[in-house]
Design a protein around this ligand. Structure first.
Ligand code: CP3
Length: 335
């Protein structure tokens, strides 16, 4: 069994498996070259390009897994929702969802053709072989809904959190639609050969625990249930220490931990669960000595968990020197 799948099954393989969120993308010159002037969402829907970009970091860094090159917004595009990704800003929604009537219009959208996804995943899986699994992913319902309601990224997600309380009926309809869309996106990737999945709830950290449990978690559970029993499921959020046990209860085989919570503390909060994380992305630009000391500390603390998949505590910053990532992978494989 590959080191990644062994660790996600709770075992300690001969070397620690490592991959990085945003390992594909702007830190790689070969990415900028093949992307050219194609927009990110166009690139996600061109199977040849998406497959090539997915494979680039595996070839260069010798990481133990590929993550499918796509975006949490791709299913919205496939469902015909107007969205663009602006450089330095992130997703921007043409017609933000604010009223019950907006939700009615949105939930009539369906994702009918996932062949661009299926084709890209099949191509990647054929190239990777058995040793290096492909991880599929989707955005969690809250993070998708936060973009849909706010219209773009926001710091405290006031409009989304107000709607949750002002019109709970519309909120639940909106999240249920997002959950089914994400579940369908995960299923398409697993059907085509992805061997694990990660659900990204990047903005869940903005929620109170009470709101997460009553208004969000049931929908994350719906998305994750779409691939239950088929592949291991990883659940990741940012600033979510207060939500870790509730996120784990959504139905997962492993938890992703951001850089703020040391892995030994996370292991205490989540007994028996394999953990993924959590090298601080800032350390990638802090010089080798500081990075090496930090990486060794993360691995030591990770020993408190039954199994550990090394990753960052959030994505690779676009300004990262790719050579540092390659050296870090080599170091981690020796520990
Ligand atoms: O290597 C990988 O991790 C796989 C590809 C991947 C992308 N987006 C490609 C991408 C994954 C897993 C995502 C998930 C994603 N997209 C999340 C969840 C993870 C997280 O970072 O918290 C979120 C919130 C998004 C939405 C989004 N898409 C943002 C905020 C941005 C950045 C915009 C900017 O320029 O600052 C994007 C664009 C995007 N998605 C890029 C990549 C490589 C960068 C833009 C580019 O290459 O042109």
């Amino acid at each position: 069994m590959s080191p990644l799948l062994a660790a996600l099954n709770g075992q300690r393989p001969a070397h620690l498996p490592v991959w990085f969120m945003r390992q594909a993308g702007r830190s790689l010159p070969e990415y900028k070259e093949v992307r050219g002037s194609t927009t990110i969402l166009e690139a996600c829907l061109r199977p040849d390009l998406a497959a090539e970009i997915t494979l680039q970091p595996v070839r260069r860094h010798r990481v133990d897994a590929a993550i499918f090159f796509s975006d949490i917004m791709t299913p919205l595009v496939l469902a015909g929702v107007g969205v663009e990704i602006h450089s330095g800003v992130g997703p921007v929604i043409d017609e933000p969802i604010r009223t019950a009537a907006d939700v009615d219009r949105l939930v009539a959208h369906t994702m009918d053709d996932v062949s661009a996804i299926t084709e890209a995943v099949r191509h990647v899986v054929a190239e990777l072989g058995e040793e290096t699994p492909l991880i599929g992913f989707a955005g969690a319902p809250f993070t998708l809904a936060a973009y849909l309601v706010e219209g773009r990224g926001s710091r405290d997600h006031l409009a989304a959190r107000s709607m949750m309380h002002a019109d709970p009926e519309s909120w639940h309809r909106l999240l249920d639609w997002c959950a089914r869309l994400s579940g369908q996106f995960l299923t398409a990737q697993v059907d085509a050969g992805a061997r694990a999945v990660q659900l990204f709830d990047s903005w869940a950290g903005a929620l109170t625990r009470a709101d997460y449990v009553s208004a969000v978690a049931p929908h994350s559970a719906t998305a994750l249930a779409a691939v239950a029993g088929r592949v291991p499921r990883i659940h990741f959020g940012v600033g979510t220490r207060h939500l870790l046990t509730d996120m784990a209860a959504c139905g997962v085989e492993a938890m992703g931990i951001d850089y703020r919570t040391p892995l030994d503390e996370a292991a205490w909060l989540l007994p028996g669960l394999p953990l993924q994380g959590n090298i601080d992305p800032a350390l990638l630009a802090a010089g080798w000595d500081a990075l090496e000391a930090h990486a060794r500390d993360v691995v030591e603390r990770g020993k408190a968990a039954p199994a550990h998949v090394v990753n960052l505590g959030h994505g690779v910053p676009p300004t990262t020197d790719p050579g540092v990532i390659t050296d870090l992978v080599a170091l981690l494989h020796e520990l």
